[in-house]
Design a protein around this ligand. Sequence first.
Ligand code: FNR
Length: 342
Amino acid sequence: PNLTSIVGLPDFDYVARHYMNLSGYSYYRNGAAGEWSYRNNLEAFHRIRLRPRVLVDITNIESSLPTKILGHNFSAPFFISPCARAGYGNAEGEKGLVRGASQGNILYMVSDFSSLSKPEIQAAKTSGQVLFQQLYVASNFTETQRQLDQAAAAGFAAIVLTVDSAADGNRHRAVRFGVGSADSEYTYFTWDYYNQMRNSTRLPIIPKGIMSVEDAVKAVEVGAPAIYLSNHGGRQLDGAPSPLEIALEIYEQAPYVFNRTEVYADGGVRYGADALKLLALGVKAVGLGRPFMYANIYGDKGVKHAIDLMKREVAIDAANLGVGDLKKISPTYIDYRPNYWY
Ligand code: FNR
């Protein structure tokens, strides 16, 4: 389909389903086991309501989208989550994601298991473009140190350390095609290892995959520069909570977390209003994984189109919510009481 006929992010899933080969699509689409967490990531957004205000001055809503992430300026409060193997969707691999992110001026977090090498990815970026490097680390510190040094030397601005993958997810859908797991067997590392890593690089290290208020509090206690709420798009532990549920738990039990560190979140974000619900709770920026991987079938043009669609939806939904300045969105704009009607 022509890009002009793609009117929302879920349309890219439709394209991927029809135009990718089955093993590649299965790898992207897969959730762990019964895929409840995958579905719940999407559905949780529809279980809470917005609380719109009317007759609000929304003249400047679009100009309030730009957001700083760890001090770097971007045009929107959303980013491209780190996803492995862009080569399954596009022969040019991650190039479309790097370039699309540059054209739309949003952050791209590059997966450790990208199809292109780290130097190839750095070569594709535009001057001044900021990229973060996601890492999976093993418990061998010599190897970890090498990964940290390589990321710093390559020019990445921060490390995103994935902490939700102590073992491979059980991904039935993709295992059938031999593309079920990302890589390894078990990884053994702990908060002590995280602290050791932080003392071994000048780059900030953001733990990705925080799923409980306990760990959010722990991360703040050890001084994490930011935390990243995620259940890995439902790909690791089926039964793990959605980012919205995690953010609500933190908001109810330790709301100060949102003021003490930057909080990012991803999983199931497909519409502008999904992003707004997370931002309302205090999340600074939200990530999208699969929508951008599917959009990259079209290369940078598809990625840029996805960014434009999302920006527009965020602005339009904020306007209809009566939020005149995205920086002023707050928990009073959502209602998360149980919905007794179903
Ligand atoms: C991922 N994700 C992921 N996370 C990570 O830390 N390192 C990785 O290499 C990958 N690889 C990966 C591949 C694919 C195909 C997907 C779909 C996801 C998880 C990713 O960063 C993010 O948490 C989820 O994709 C967010 O959920 P949505 O937006 O896909 O629903």
